[in-house]
Ligand binder design. Structure first.
Ligand code: 6R9
Length: 566
């Protein structure tokens, strides 16, 4: 096995042009992620190489070569064009982790439309908010999710088609159309839409503190960064079998669950199934997974299941383990060293960055609990939260900031220029997180700088939960905050005042929880509802979540004078 280059070697003379050259791109050329992740590999002689090893919870299996990816994505692209979907229009992928999700993603990009993946566990309200905001033209889905779309259809005048991948046309209604990928006549040649570096590619919705979720608009040039970060941080080697746990409804599932591995010509395995320790270890053993990209909550769940179950499986294929989404606690790193013989490597990034920006690289000394060091070509630092000047003291807390201009930086929030502008100060992009940097240049995560709740690596916006809570007949006012949780790091907790005529009760608590679970998602469902007589407010009447959050974390509230005067 070749020795990975050192961090210093990677940094020496770094230029993103390295990735451009390796992908055969010259500035000004056409660049299309759909083509680059399928046709390009076929041209390089990998047509018969396996691209996707797929299995679902029932044990059904499918395999796709790079040529299958190429032809199936052509077929979907052709079908969408035939429906009259135009380049630039948003096409939503609302699917479990079935092959159509992965191949459809490439197909949408090939015909120049924008792929808008949404987590299939979203309820009708979460779905509606995101489809309405994006003015989505078509949604590709499964029969089991169709009822949610039918419920909100009237509110979505721009939505011309619901495309159903697993139902006969006879079972569908008006403006619903059946498309069976494997039965459709294969399209060998499709005229790829000539997207350029700055052309929109993927629209991911992400939660902030205020307002409904924002659509982070990615561009086709992002593949330059996703390709190279995947290669260097995940340490890809040509014969790898790679497994990414993330669902493509979240950015990890597209940047490193589709684009990164396939731009590198890697074989990836996908398990369309929820968490189950035994099943996961079986999956690794069966497919001889070599590189595994997971998340702290999953690792903590595995830790709970213990080491005994691990000894029942041959996991010797594993070579590199990485993690993302939330702070990776030192215990998890040490446990993984003990039971797998190798540590999980923490990586840090976000929807807006499109690619890993801070990481523990293969071969780099890991300091358990640290996120590692900036990727070459990424200038990262921490800024003073009041002055936005550099914090020039090792170990001192500051706001994580990046110099704008890396290839996978989003070009903006959909329909919300001001929201994106607000993320910049003094020429830096602010991630909205706090960290410190030690004398060796390692970054240590300290917390978010806003009210967003990170539950199991998934961001939940308090505003979205509060809006949905107000949809319950009994709720007068509400505040959604994070509550610490040993496995999920944080869960949602809601403080609620009830309207006159309603009495707080266990039944009411359950009713409210169910309402959120169904309308938003199981992730956003409050694990606890506390009924209170009033909520802390500023003089101008804004609810101050920070006081409630500090109460949950048993932290001092600090100086509130400026907030309360707001
Ligand atoms: C890729 C992804 C981004 C937010 C980010 C931060 C948190 C991500 C982390 C981490 C501590 C890490 N986060 N990685 N916190 N250590 N290694 O997760 O994107 O869904 O946009 O979330 O997640 O708060 O700002 P996204």
């Amino acid at each position: 096995m070749s020795h990975p280059p050192s961090y210093d070697e990677l940094n020496a003379n770094f230029d993103w042009a390295i990735a451009e050259r390796e992908l055969g791109y010259r500035p000004g050329d056409v660049i299309n992620i759909g083509w680059m992740c399928s046709d390009r590999l076929c041209r390089l002689g990998l047509a018969q190489k396996l691209a996707l090893l797929w299995e679902d919870y029932q044990g059904n299996q499918k395999r796709f070569t790079y040529n299958d990816l190429r032809v199936c994505s052509n077929t979907i692209a052709h079908f969408l064009s035939g429906l009259g979907i135009r380049p630039g229009e948003r096409v939503c992928l609302f699917l479990d982790r079935v092959p159509e999700l992965y191949v459809g993603f490439l197909g949408i990009l090939k015909m120049g439309a924008v792929a808008q993946p949404l987590f299939s566990a979203f309820g009708d309200e979460s779905l509606c908010v995101r489809l309405k905001d994006a003015g989505t033209a078509a949604i590709i889905t499964q029969k089991k999710h169709l009822h949610k779309i039918r419920k909100i259809r009237e509110q979505l005048p721009n939505l011309r088609y619901a495309i159903v991948v697993d139902a006969p046309q006879a079972s569908l209604q008006e403006r619903e159309t059946a498309f069976a990928m494997e039965q459709a006549s294969p399209v060998q040649d499709f005229p790829i839409y000539p997207t350029k570096a700055e052309s929109p590619s993927v629209l991911h919705y992400t939660s902030g503190t205020t307002g409904q979720p924002k659509g982070a608009q990615h561009v086709h040039y992002s593949i330059i960064a996703q390709y190279l970060t995947a290669k260097w941080v995940l340490g890809f080697q040509p014969d790898d079998i790679y497994w990414c746990n993330a669902d493509p409804g979240w950015v990890t599932g597209t940047s490193y669950g589709i684009i990164g591995p396939w731009a590198n010509g890697i074989t990836q395995a996908v398990l369309d199934s929820g968490f189950n320790a035994g099943k996961w270890y079986e999956f690794i053993e069966k497919y001889r997974v070599t590189v595994w990209y997971s998340a702290p909550t999953a690792i903590r769940l595995l830790m709970k299941e213990g080491a005994e179950i691990i000894r029942k499986h041959d996991l010797s294929s594993l070579r590199h383990l990485a993690s993302v989404g939330e702070p990776l606690n030192p215990e998890a790193v040490n446990w993984s060293r003990e039971v797998f013989g190798k540590p999980f490597h923490d990586t840090f990034w976000q929807t807006e960055t499109g690619c890993i920006v801070i990481a523990n690289f293969p071969g780099m000394e890991i300091k358990p609990g640290s996120m590692g060091k900036p990727f070459p070509g990424i200038t990262a630092t921490v800024l003073d939260p009041k002055t936005y000047e550099l914090v020039n003291r090792a170990g001192a807390a500051g706001l994580i900031a990046l110099r704008p201009g890396w290839p996978s930086q989003i070009c903006g929030y959909w329909n919300n220029a001001a929201g994106y502008q607000a993320k910049f100060r003094n020429g830096w992009y602010l991630c909205g997180d706090r960290a410190s940097i030690d004398t060796d240049g390692y970054f240590w995560f300290m917390g978010r700088d806003d009210d967003v709740i990170n539950t199991g690596g998934h961001l939940v916006g308090p505003f979205e939960v509060e809006s949905a809570l107000l949809g319950c007949p009994a709720v007068a006012e509400s505040a959604a905050v994070a509550k610490p949780d040993p496995v999920n790091m944080e869960v949602v907790k809601a403080y609620v005042t009830v309207k006159q005529g309603f009495q707080p009760s266990d039944d009411l608590e359950l009713e409210i929880m169910n309402h959120i679970r169904k309308r938003l998602s199981p992730l956003a469902m409050p694990q606890e509802i506390e009924f209170v007589d009033s909520l802390p407010k500023t003089r101008s009447g804004k609810i101050v979540r920070r006081i409630l959050r500090c109460k949950e974390f048993h932290e001092p509230v600090g100086d509130l004078s400026t907030i309360m005067d707001d």
